[in-house]
Design a protein around this ligand. Structure first.
Ligand code: AMP
Ligand code: MG
Length: 414
């Protein structure tokens, strides 16, 4: 029987304790921008190689003009200009624009040299080879200047930023064809438990279906990791052997099950013996997830999650996600949403609770509705949008209390 105790710390203290140890960033690679869509992370600061837009552009359909030609325009005394031609989309203007002339312009067309304003089609009457301009309102504002969005050399994205739809669009808009991104970290997902049978396998008496092999795989994939699954029997030597192998080949290790202080809970001892600094945290003051273990071995995170599937996923969200993101050089904590609790929740004197909720909008703001059923049930977590933090204390946390709700990750949302 191993002699171990859980020296409990809060979630924040656990993250701070791990933050004192360095974690090796993964290598980077250059990828065609299209291959960087799914949750890739920029591996360096990226600067614009081109101005966006690349030329002065019209933001309306109308006529390109010289602003000074419009000075005398009033609705009763429209200015008459000669139509000197037409700008076509995607083509250079047919020539420069001289005073007294106008050129037909589509939205997004390139302004001819000399033009510095565009009058809207609604403010113009065209007949013969001339156009009458009845109003010059906002004509200069209808020009989007070259580089108005991004100037060559501007910072487009910082090292460690997730490439979002908007940032990818901006990179493409500035002409970037390939990007430096971190490689997907290889994460060994070691699943322990002699009682486990995967779906599809025949169940022997006493066996249960293995949940974590898939839920943790999905959680890892959702934050940009490349997990691979290893099944290990509840046996100390087998776990030690697998951990050694994983530490040789992988950037991080997540172990499901065996993280507590029972006779067959080998995770903490195996991690302690596998290298330095070893176990950093064993036991958190949070439910679900008390017996969680966090370690670092030679700059690689090793996360020992309780086998209970709810505990495993909740602890992955609160601890695993921020720790693993350090493989990308990021260290952001999860940002909670402030919400109003819609039903009372029991506090616990020496633990923070994390309760699955649905988030809804009312006219007074975001509301957190605890889901009916026990928060220890996996299927309840499946319906949840977020986890509400119930601070330590006694008695009830009343309905109407403002609470922190930590959003749960969705697939491919980093
Ligand atoms: P452990 O942390 O290994 O002591 O497991 C705690 C509880 O979670 C036990 O009831 C296990 O049967 C259950 N459990 C462990 N691993 C899994 C898994 N991968 N899928 C479903 N249940 C599990
Ligand atoms: Mg077990």
């Amino acid at each position: 029987m191993q002699v171990q105790t859980l020296r409990r710390v809060t979630i924040d203290e656990a993250l701070d304790a791990v933050a004192k140890h360095s974690i090796r960033r993964v290598a980077d690679e250059r990828l065609p921008i299209r291959a960087s869509l799914a949750g890739r992370v920029a591996a360096s600061d990226i600067f614009a190689p081109e101005d966006v837009p690349p030329f002065d552009r019209s933001s309306v359909d109308g006529f390109a003009v010289l602003d000074r030609d419009l000075r005398a325009t009033t609705p009763d005394r429209p200015v008459r200009l000669h139509v000197a031609g037409e700008v076509r989309m995607g083509e250079a203007p047919p020539g420069p624009l001289a005073s007294g002339n106008a050129m037909r312009m589509p939205t997004g067309g390139a302004l001819p040299a000399g033009a510095d304003a565009v009058v809207k089609i609604e403010d113009c009457t065209e007949n013969g080879g001339a156009v009458e301009v009845s109003s010059a309102r906002n004509a200069r504002d209808h020009v989007t200047r070259r580089g108005a969005d991004v100037k060559r050399g501007d910072l487009l994205c910082r090292c460690g930023d997730v490439l979002t739809p908007a940032s990818l669009g901006m990179l493409a808009g500035a002409g970037i064809a390939d990007v430096p991104v971190f490689v997907r970290p290889r994460v060994a997902l070691i699943v322990t438990g002699d009682e486990l049978a995967p779906p599809g396998a025949a169940m022997r008496a006493g066996q249960i279906r293995d949940i974590n092999w898939l839920s943790l795989d999905a959680a890892l994939s959702a934050i940009g990791m490349a997990p691979h699954f290893e099944y290990v029997r509840d046996d100390k030597a087998s776990l030690a052997k697998q951990l050694r192998e994983s530490l040789e080949h992988d950037d991080a290790v997540v172990i499901s099950g065996g993280s507590s202080v029972g006779e067959r809970d080998y995770t903490p001892a195996v991690v302690a013996e596998a290298g330095s600094p070893g176990v950093i945290v064993h036991g958190v003051r949070a439910r679900p997830g008390r017996p969680t273990m966090l370690g670092v071995i030679v700059e690689r995170p090793v996360i020992g999650l309780p086998g209970n599937p709810v505990s495993a996923l909740v602890m992955f969200e609160l601890l695993g996600r921020p720790i693993l993101q350090r493989l990308f050089g990021r260290s952001d904590k999860v940002i909670p949403v402030r919400a109003t609790l819609r039903a009372p929740l029991e506090r616990e004197p020496d633990l923070e609770r994390y309760v699955p909720v649905r988030l809804t909008m009312s006219n007074t703001g975001v509301e957190a509705q605890p889901l009916p059923g026990s928060s220890a049930q996996m299927h309840i977590l499946g319906f949840a949008d977020a986890l509400v933090r119930v601070p330590q204390g006694s008695g009830l946390l009343a309905a109407g209390t403002p609470v922190d709700a930590v959003p749960l990750s969705k697939n491919n949302a980093l």
